[in-house]
Every structure is written in C-alpha cells, then in structure tokens.
Design a protein around this ligand. Sequence first.
Ligand SMILES: Nc1nc2c(ncn2[C@@H]2O[C@H](COP(=O)(O)OP(=O)(O)OP(=O)(O)O)[C@@H](O)[C@H]2O)c(=O)[nH]1
Length: 578
Amino acid sequence: MRGVSVSGMWKFQPGDNAEWALPRFDDTSWVDRRLPGRWPEGGYPETNQLAWYRLTVKLDVPTPQDWPAQFQLALKTGKVMSAFEVYAGGKLIGGVGALPPLAELNYDRVRVLAVPSSAVATDGTLVLALRVWGGDAGITDAWGSGPYYGDFILGNNADLLLSTARSELPGLLASLLFIGFGIYHTYLYRRNRQFRSYLWLGLLAINIGIYGITLNQWKYAIDFSFLVWKKIEFAAIYIFPAVVIQMLWTLLDTQIRQWLRIYQATFVVLSLAAILIPGMAVLWSTLPYFQLWSLPLLILGSVLLIKRFRDGHPEARTSILGVMIFAMTCVNDLLIDLAQTDTMRLMPFGFVAIFAAMAVSLANRFTANVSRLEDEVAERTRALSVANKRLQEMARIDPLTKLLNRRGFTEEGLSEIQRVFRGRREFALMLLDIDDFKRVNDRFGHACGDAILQQLAGCLRGALREVDVIGRWGGEEFIILLPQTNERGASTVAANLRSTIAGYGFAHDGVSLSITATIGVSLHRKGESLDACMAAADRAMYAGKAQGRDQVVFSDSAAAVESVAGAREVTPPSGDAS
Ligand SMILES: Nc1nc2c(ncn2[C@@H]2O[C@H](COP(=O)(O)OP(=O)(O)OP(=O)(O)O)[C@@H](O)[C@H]2O)c(=O)[nH]1
C-alpha cells in the first residue's frame, strides 16, 4: 500500500472545542479549506487562537481485521505553521510542539503518526482532525499559521517512515557534501595562502551546507530545540550576502571599498543578532527587511560582474550566470513573502547555482594559474641554465685579461694532452713572466699595471695562432700551450714573442711604457703529465730570471737559447709622457 493522499478539501472552524475531535460531530456547517495551503482568507487560526480542521475518510480496506499482516495505519502530516495536535477517530495520536497553556511555536516539521486500529469504524470510516494554535502576532502577521506545505498521506506506518526518510536523504547528502567540500577548500587555502578565493568558496559551501541541513527533516535526528534550529537557519541566511561579497570581490580581483565593508558588516551583525537575541521575534520581524536589504547586493554584484565581464576578466563570465539565477530565486522568494504568491521557494537552488558558478570560475582560475606557473617555471629554468653556463664560463675566465684562468687553462690543457696522446702529436708549453712588474706598479700605480696586463693579453693573442691556448697563470705570469709544435717551432714562437713584447707600445693614461718578459719553454715528453711539463717550464723561466731576464730558456738545457745581446738591465721600465 503506497498510501492515499488526504490532501484536498478539509473542513475548517476557528475556536476550540474538545467535541470537535469526535467522529460523530457534524461539521457540515464548517468552511471548506484546501490542505495544505498558504494564506487563504479566513482559513487559518488567528493570533493566539486555536482552530480545527476535520476530514472524514472512507478507507479502501474496510476493517482492521482485513488489514494485511503487520499493517499499521499511519498519517504523514505535511508542514504546519505553529504547534498542532492530530486526532484520529476522536483520539489524540500526536502532534508537533505544545499547545496552550504551554503554547510553543514549532513548524517546518513533517511527522508520521501511528493511527490505532480502534480509530477506524467498522465500515472503514476514519475521522481525522487537526487542532492548530495560531501562535503570536509575529508569526500570524508575517507568515500566517496552519497547514501550509507538503503531503498529507494515510498509509502503512513503516512505508511512510521509510519514504519520508528516503525523500529527505538527497537533501541531507547534498548538504553534507557542501560542508565536506567547504572544509576541503578551507584546508586547501591553509596549505596555500595565495588562493584566497578557496577560503571564501569553502566558507560559502559550508554556509550553504548548514542552511541545507536546517531545511532537512533529518535535522531532527539531532536533539536541538526548534528554536535552536531556527536560529541556525536564519544565521546561515543572514550571513550569506557577507560571504558572497567576499567571495565575488576576491574572485573578480576587486578591492572592497570602505562603504561596502560597512554594508557587508550589517549582514554579520544581523546574523549574530539572529543567534544572540533571545526568542524568535527577531527572526521573522527582520526577514522581510533582510530580503530588501540584500537587493542592493544583487545590483552591486551585477554591476561589478558586467564591468569585469567587459574588461575581459575571465571569471566574470561564469559568475554572471550563477548570480543571475540566484537573483531570480531571490525575487521569487521575496514575492512569496511580500505578495504571498503560492509558488515554490527557490532560494536553495539559487544558493546551489551561485556556488556552482563560483566553483567553475575557481576551477578555471586554477587551470589558468597552473599553466601560467608552468610557463613561468619553463622560462626560469631556461634563464637559470643560461646563467649557469655563464657562471661556468666565468669560473674559467680571468676577469681582467679575459684569458683563461688557472682552472680554465688546466681543463683545456688536460684535454689537449689527451688529444695529443691519442694523435701521438707533440706540444710545447711556455711560462711567460713580466720582468720587474712590481716596479711598474710601484711607479705608475696599480691601474697602470692592470692596463699593461690587459694589453699584454691582447698582444699575446695577436702574436699567437688561433689553436694556441693562452691563460693567465696568476699575477703577472702567463701560460701558453702550443699544440703540434716541436722544439724548432717553439723556439721560433718564443723568440718572436719575446721581441714582440719588448717592442710593443704599452700605454696608459698618456704614458707609454715598454716592458720585457722572461719565457720558460718546455717540450712535452711522451707520457709526461701536464703538471710535470709545467714544472719544467717554470724551472726554465726561473733560470731565465736568474740569468738576467728578457730571454727565452728551454727546460732541456735550462740555458738561454736566445737572449738579447748583452742581456740589458730592463729595469726600470721606461715611461715617457706622450
Ligand atoms: N696591477 C696589477 N699588479 C699585479 C697583479 N697581479 C700581480 N701583480 C703585481 O705583480 C708584481 C709581481 O712582483 P714580483 O713577484 O716581485 O715580480 P716582478 O716584480 O715582476 O719581478 P720578476 O718577476 O723577478 O722580474 C707584484 O707587485 C704584484 O702586486 C694584477 O692583477 N694587477
């Protein structure tokens, strides 16, 4: 048995009389009243008054004896604004809230109440009656009281309970999903503080989730009083615009001006007031004003969105759709409360629309951010590898002369030795040291010394072949590797170098100078290491210094094979103002 609907024409009578619950009472003179319904003229209990609704039903299955095994008849009520009692066959079978003298407001609750078999007459007739309290002026003025929403169904108790629980399940799951999604996004923000929009989207989702739970019948599984649930519901609605402002303005990269901050703060205050001010009066007395007060946000949000959309802001397009849907649901719900139209409340769908739009916008932003980051990383990697190469170069080059430094030369020298070893070729090594360079520095200054070193580097480069490797070994000492050069060749090159340097016109700051250099030459022997070859050249160079400078000395003989006649005293270097 799926249950039969008992929505439809009931009989209505203001006032209160215990007799009205009884099946035998004649209600033909009562007013017809469609249940459930909202705000019909004269169809609901007055402020602080009681009123009754009655319905006589003829059941399909005539007597309890004919009911199937384990069949327990029950009535599922829709939502009734204000507290009420339900009678079946003249017996009280339950209700919601407390009626006077303990009058207590209680609505938005669906109940499944068991109907005892004794309530059904032998001919299958069942008389149902609702005794409803009108509540105080706040509720009757703002909302009206009485049955207003949902189904009124008679059927199997277990089936009705199950179908009620089941029909409320999607809403519950959606709400929990929103809360979970929201918590996850606030957690994402905690992990990466750059993504501020995640925080606000997360809070927006939690906000919507909490609101969703307050609308769901499953909330009664938690034993909060009706008042507490109502306060949570209103606090969630009232804070919503404040969170939307934060989310939308952050998403559209727009600064929140001071006046907007104040406007935003009013919603926070309203939300706090809903929770902190005792009683319910603050809730229904502020709701219409809240709805009106939210309208500027719709206009402001729309203007901002259109502006950003025109600027080509990527997130504006997606957000615009959500806000438009939300705006339409707001207008719909406003009409329900102000003009008392009998349409469905759509705000929950509006919440979902705005949230979905923001989530899509954020996903777009995230994707754009990731690809931008990837481009940035690629660009930086490129720059880094260029810098790295330069750094490696710099570590091999002497900054003053731009020749290879000791490290660079050693590396080149080693690879040259390997080449020579493979090709069985010979090479020569020369160590060239400027004579009496200290005196150049002492007399003409360090800057002049530096200039001489630079010019000598140029001079060497000009005098040698492309394949010859030149390095600055340190201080005023230069090293030269001559590939594929035998003793004869080395002798010619060294003699040529010595005379070129001696005749070279060095100049600095208007002063021309001449200098000489002593060159030690070593011919690489098969199997010899670079170090050994250099040590031999070094010894030869020192021998040349000892023999009076300005000469070439070969390591083999350690004797001058070529020297300037008379080995003149080259010190001091001559310097003339030019
Ligand atoms: N201006 C300048 N001077 C340098 C640089 N490196 C080394 N020197 C100078 O070169 C001079 C080398 O002096 P010494 O080692 O006494 O050799 P020297 O005066 O050339 O004498 P001999 O080699 O014996 O002919 C020192 O005065 C160092 O300060 C440099 O990069 N720039």
